[in-house]
Design a protein around this ligand. Structure first.
Ligand SMILES: [Zn+2]
Length: 147
């Protein structure tokens, strides 16, 4: 059991350099087109693949975070819930720009034609723009401060 676990964590997937089918680093040759696999470049390619999938999941997380601003914004109009809404709004308002900047530092220089990564960047660009607009123009009164 323990061995199968460690085995699965050591093997990572990457696209075949020849046919682009998803294969893994334990293979000597591609199971689809039988191209021999160079272990070093396979490991490198697998690392890029995992970075891209991380970039994609971080991008969708950012979109969700920004989306939470809407219910928090709506909450601010309700008595009693208004304070919770404002605290949440202020937190997300400052957290999202910081997180989008982190995303650009981590993944912004990746050069790839990977459609998933392009889609992730296509999400993060508008999220960054909206987050910066909100940061610049939307303020709430919280504990006497304009935040
Ligand atoms: Zn192949």
């Amino acid at each position: 059991m323990a061995q199968s676990l460690s085995l699965s964590s050591a093997v990572s997937v990457f696209p075949c350099p020849n046919c682009k089918e998803t294969i893994n680093t334990s293979m000597q040759q591609c199971s689809f087109c039988h191209t021999p696999i160079d272990q070093a470049s396979a490991e490198q390619s697998a690392a890029i693949t995992s970075t891209i999938s991380q970039a994609c999941s971080d991008a969708s997380y950012l979109k969700i975070m920004l989306g939470i601003l809407i219910p928090f914004g709506v909450l601010t109009f309700f008595p009693f819930l208004g304070l919770a809404g404002m605290v949440g709004f202020v937190f997300i308002k400052y957290a999202v720009p910081v997180m989008t900047i982190r995303w650009w530092i981590k993944y912004g220089r990746i050069k790839t034609a990977d459609p998933d990564f392009r889609r992730a960047r296509g999400i993060v660009i508008p999220v960054t723009a909206i987050a910066l607009i909100i940061l610049a123009f939307l303020r709430v009164n919280l504990f006497g401060l304009r935040l």
